[in-house]
Design a protein around this ligand. Structure first.
Ligand code: NAD
Length: 286
């Protein structure tokens, strides 16, 4: 029997989306057009196709206009560059999302750097990451922002908390550490070179797992009473989705835990919608 309270990302995401819907309707009434999100998919990666479809459906439901750009696997670098620049210049586009990973031969950093920071609703541009690092966040990376919002909704106080982030990628682990610092936590970041992952997790009052390896954060490592946020999305051979945390054992020890699916995944999409309305309002009002 699980003792932890389940952090219901699906339910909280629905609340965030309802807020977004109200704000999007207000924007549409004031400006004669809906907030606009360009969703660029390059190539035929099946997982990307699912993510992109879900993001477009979520836009429709929130009253955000989504502009679809499905580009071929072998698109020339110059053509993709031209597409992103055209979206930067398009007045009806408030947000630009380039679904990652890009096919081999295209440099994701180069493409992300081209996105106008004012339209960077993924929060991946170095300008937005830099602002977050300097404690003046603007467009914030959706997954870490979603973790913070979920914690807030459940009244989990982050100030002074000892937090361990497992994973140090540019899109999840690093901005997660910056968000937690912004929220007043004392943060440790673990990665492939970390000497003793177990003891770093055992000390943590809050754990974020963002590695991409099923069950690699053992349930027995979780400090009793900790809050556990599992960002990992892994598909088992049987086709099930599982996180990075050994859920059943961890749920016996933690006070709060996110499920996979239904935890951070829905929060990520909700924060993308929220960022899009933020970007639209900021572009409209300066
Ligand atoms: P990534 O591969 O870019 O980064 C993985 C990180 O884990 C690296 O920093 C690496 O150093 C670290 N790592 C790998 N093995 C380790 C080990 N043994 N010990 C400690 N650290 C180790 O992955 P990512 O893009 O950050 O994504 C991580 C996971 O989160 C994936 O499963 C991805 O699918 C998932 N994800 C989920 C969402 C969501 O909305 N829920 C969003 C983005 C990513």
């Amino acid at each position: 029997m699980s003792k932890a309270a389940i952090l219901d990302g699906k339910a909280v995401a629905a609340r965030v989306r309802a807020e977004v819907r109200v704000r999007a309707a207000g924007f549409t009434a004031a400006h004669g057009r809906a907030p606009g999100l360009a969703v660029v998919k390059v190539g035929s990666d099946p997982a990307s196709a699912v993510y992109v479809r879900n993001k477009r459906l979520a836009c429709d439901e929130a009253g955000i206009e989504s502009f679809a750009f499905d580009l071929p696997d072998h698109i020339a670098r110059a053509a993709l560059v031209a597409q992103v620049k055209a979206l930067n210049d398009a007045p009806e586009v408030d947000g630009i999302l380039v679904q990652l990973p890009l096919p081999n031969g295209l440099d994701a950093n180069e493409i992300m750097d081209l996105v106008d920071p004012a339209k960077d609703v993924d929060g991946f541009h170095p300008y937005n990451t830099g602002l977050l690092a300097q404690k003046r966040p603007r467009l914030r990376p959706c997954t870490p922002f979603g973790v913070i919002r979920l914690a807030q909704e459940y009244g989990i106080g982050l100030t002074g908390l000892r937090a361990t982030v497992v994973g140090a990628s540019n899109i999840v682990g690093r901005p997660m550490a910056l968000e937690l610092m912004l929220a007043g936590a004392t943060v440790t970041v673990c990665h492939t070179r970390t000497r003793d992952l177990q003891s770093e997790v055992e000390r943590a009052e809050l754990v974020v797992a963002a590695v991409g390896k099923p069950g690699m954060v053992r349930g027995a490592w979780i400090r009793p009473g900790a809050a556990v946020f599992d960002v990992g999305i892994n598909r088992t051979e049987a086709g099930r989705l599982v996180g990075d945390v050994e859920y059943a054992v961890a749920a016996e020890r933690a006070a709060w835990i996110t499920p996979v699916p239904g935890g951070i995944g829905p929060m990520t999409i909700a924060m993308l919608l929220s960022n899009t309305v933020d970007a639209a309002e900021r572009r409209a009002h300066g």
